[in-house]
Design a protein around this ligand. Structure first.
Ligand SMILES: *Cc1c(COP(=O)(O)O)cnc(C)c1O
Length: 416
């Protein structure tokens, strides 16, 4: 390939700053916010500059409906190579027979999985939303709850753990067409073999929505759903640290149905700049450095859980196997909703979430982003202390804000 153009001068932010200072100011302000506060939202991370470069590349201009070698548009020769590369890297990384990397988001990946396997009106068994299910697992506000008949299983109110016996008995009673495992806030490994056994017993498909743990799976720090699930849906932007987007993994026999469920059933043109960025992220995730990262993410979450426990907070399930943990701040005299605002004022950015007691709103935090910044267990222990200080005393926020700025400043996400 003869390359006559360079990217020099095309991509830098100062191009934007010169042409559109109003927008550039927003971008730089956001970079400043991300660099001076702590991103503890369990679904967030910092992509590498290489991923950002692919996202901001001329591939954003290309229309490419269809799949490599069978597009509805001309001029797809090079983007075909990029998509094949992304697919190959995903297959190797996850040991999957087939990968579809076109889903625009995690939710579109779930929509495609349902489209591939179900008909409207089918019964689906999934973790109930009050227990940590995602919107796409049967929320009445979402297509899933409108088009399918969802039955929810739960977590044990005392232990916070999935009750696999309940899953089995609900499956035997309702005979679902598919069972979904996966959550937005479950801090423990999921027993995919147990779900597979239940699915086999009642003749259901098993869909693993691994949007959260898929990055840990890539780094060998969590069990893989790939050998057990008929279809695995995932995001590429959470622990996996790629661009915002989704993907699907499955065996050869479902490959065509899954591909057709993405395009043309639920999507149009593929976003080739995002697919290229996914390829970059899969490449990064295949390195020993990423394996070390994934294990450090878990070690950090466990250190944070231990720190919060030492402060008198009850972490759900007593700890975590993953990058995320949840807790009820009530023992320190504040409810989840007001706690989130108070912590944000101190520069500690996180979400509220459902807890095993569905009437209580808790807090959910994750360590993917701070670990990318290079923080370790020492910093996590300190963050736990800062958390408790803000929760105990609203007036501590200002002092903690300064310490957070200082801490974040020592671990810049994009060292210049
Ligand atoms: C994040 C998430 C999704 C959706 O991903 P989006 O990219 O926000 O659409 C779906 N399912 C689960 C379990 C998730 O955690």
């Amino acid at each position: 390939m003869v390359v006559t153009h360079t990217l020099d001068g095309l991509l830098p932010a100062d191009v934007l700053a010169r042409q559109d200072p109003e927008l550039a100011e927003i971008l730089l302000g956001e970079l400043d916010r991300q660099s001076t506060t702590l991103q503890l939202i369990a679904a967030e991370n910092f992509t590498s500059p290489a991923v950002l470069a692919a996202l901001g590349s001329p591939l954003a201009n290309k229309y490419a409906e269809g799949y490599p070698g069978a597009r509805h548009h001309g001029g797809c020769e090079l983007v075909d190579v990029a998509e094949r590369l992304a697919v190959e890297r995903a297959k190797v990384l996850f040991g999957a027979e087939h990968a579809n990397v076109q889903s625009h988001s995690g939710s579109s990946a779930v929509l495609a999985a349902y489209a591939a396997l179900l008909r409207p009106g089918d019964t689906v068994l999934a973790l109930g939303l009050p227990h940590g299910g995602h919107l796409t697992h049967g929320s009445p506000a979402n297509f899933s709850g409108r088009w399918f008949d969802f039955v929810g299983y739960g977590v044990d109110p005392e232990s916070g753990l999935i009750d696999y016996e309940q899953v089995r008995s609900l499956a035997r009673t309702h005979r679902p067409k598919a069972i979904v495992c996966g959550s937005i806030s479950y801090p423990r490994h999921i027993d995919y073999a147990a779900f597979r056994a239940v699915a086999d017993e009642v003749g259901a498909y098993l869909i693993a929505d691994a949007a959260h743990p898929i990055g840990l799976v890539a780094g060998g720090a969590a069990p893989s759903p790939v050998p057990y699930a008929d279809v695995v849906c995932a995001t590429t932007h959470k622990v996996l640290r790629g661009p915002r987007g989704g993907m699907l993994l499955c065996g050869t026999e479902l490959a065509e149905r899954v591909d057709r469920a993405v395009f043309p059933f639920t999507q149009g043109g593929a976003q080739m700049h995002t697919i290229a960025a996914k390829a970059v992220a899969f490449g990064e995730a295949a390195t020993p450095a990423f394996t070390a990262y994934a294990h450090q993410v878990v070690a950090n979450a466990q250190a944070l859980a231990a720190g919060l426990t030492a402060e008198g907070l009850a972490v759900t399930t007593g700890g975590t196997d993953t990058h995320l943990l949840t807790f009820d701040p009530a023992p320190l005299g504040v409810d989840g909703r007001s706690a989130r605002g108070r912590l944000a004022a101190a520069g500690l950015v996180l979400d509220t979430c459902a807890l095993p007691h569905p009437d209580v709103r808790g807090l959910r935090l994750g360590t993917a982003a701070v670990t990318t910044q290079g923080m370790g267990e020492v910093e996590m222990a300190r963050i736990a202390v800062l958390f408790a200080a803000v929760l105990r005393d609203v007036h501590a926020a200002r002092r903690v804000r300064e310490e957070v700025r200082d801490l974040a400043g020592r671990f810049p996400p994009y060292p210049g």
